[in-house]
Design a protein around this ligand. Structure first.
Ligand SMILES: NC(=O)c1ccc[n+]([C@@H]2O[C@H](COP(=O)([O-])OP(=O)(O)OC[C@H]3O[C@@H](n4cnc5c(N)ncnc54)[C@H](OP(=O)(O)O)[C@@H]3O)[C@@H](O)[C@H]2O)c1
Length: 209
């Protein structure tokens, strides 16, 4: 499965660093063409290629949007996402960090799905702090979890399996509209981590006996 990661900041770099070890070809891209980001990943031992956004998307089976929620309009304008599975990792936080900019009756994931006609959008990884990708994706001896929501069961299964390949325990979170609950969970995680003083070595988990 060819994977394109758009956005090479904290999350794009982190996901690329672990996905490069799975055997899936990974291409990274950003507004500068991804070359510097690929070189930085190479320094860290992760082999990926770089491409401009349109080329990266066009050659991929799965695209990870590791960009701020507000970026998807401009990305959709330069690339054709039809037929692609697209993972939205975003937490649509307001600029002043006081809350979410969208919610209750829709979600960032559903907005992105509406903005990318023909793509299959999956919500995942939004409750995983970027720092975990460098520290082994486990907390307290347990794998970090992610909650995976999508309307397409096959796409959901693909992302659940991919998460497993990088050592994240994926929980099936049902249809994409459940992103309306996953995005507030992402914000609660940020609140615990950055406002209530618990730091980023935390992760939400759904436990079963
Ligand atoms: N950081 C976390 O722990 C964390 C955890 C879970 C989810 N998330 C979510 O992950 C996403 C990325 O967060 P981050 O912390 O990785 O942010 P970041 O470090 O600021 O990186 C954002 C990346 O997106 C690129 N970008 C921004 N606007 C773009 C546009 N219009 N077109 C193309 N690329 C664009 C940036 O490129 P430039 O350098 O050119 O601006 C950069 O490569 C956000 O939606 C965030 O809510 C973050």
């Amino acid at each position: 499965m060819k994977i394109a990661i758009i956005g090479t900041g904290n999350i794009g770099h982190g996901l690329a660093s672990v996905l490069a070890g799975t055997g899936h070809p990974v291409v990274v891209s950003d507004r500068a063409g991804g070359t510097a980001a690929a070189a930085k990943l190479a320094e860290a031992g992760a082999t990926v290629t770089a491409a401009d956004i349109a080329t990266a998307v066009s050659g991929a089976d799965l695209v990870i949007l590791a960009t701020p929620f507000g970026a998807f309009d401009s990305i959709a304008a330069v690339a054709d996402f039809a037929g692609k599975t697209v993972i939205d990792v975003s937490n649509p936080i307001t600029e002043d960090f006081s809350g979410l900019s969208i919610g209750h009756s829709t979600s960032a994931a559903e907005d992105i799905a509406r903005g990318l006609p023909g793509a299959t959008v999956v919500k995942a990884f939004n409750t995983v702090f970027a720092q975990h990708y460098a520290t082994g994706l486990s907390v307290g001896g347990r794998p970090v979890q992610t909650f995976v929501a999508a309307d397409d069961a096959a796409a959901r299964a693909t992302v659940i399996a991919l998460a497993g390949e990088i050592g994240i325990e994926a929980i099936d979170a049902g249809p994409l509209k459940n992103a309306r609950y996953l995005e507030p969970l992402g914000f609660l995680n940020i609140t615990f981590g950055y406002i209530l003083g618990r730091g980023t070595d935390i992760a939400p988990a759904w436990l079963s006996k």
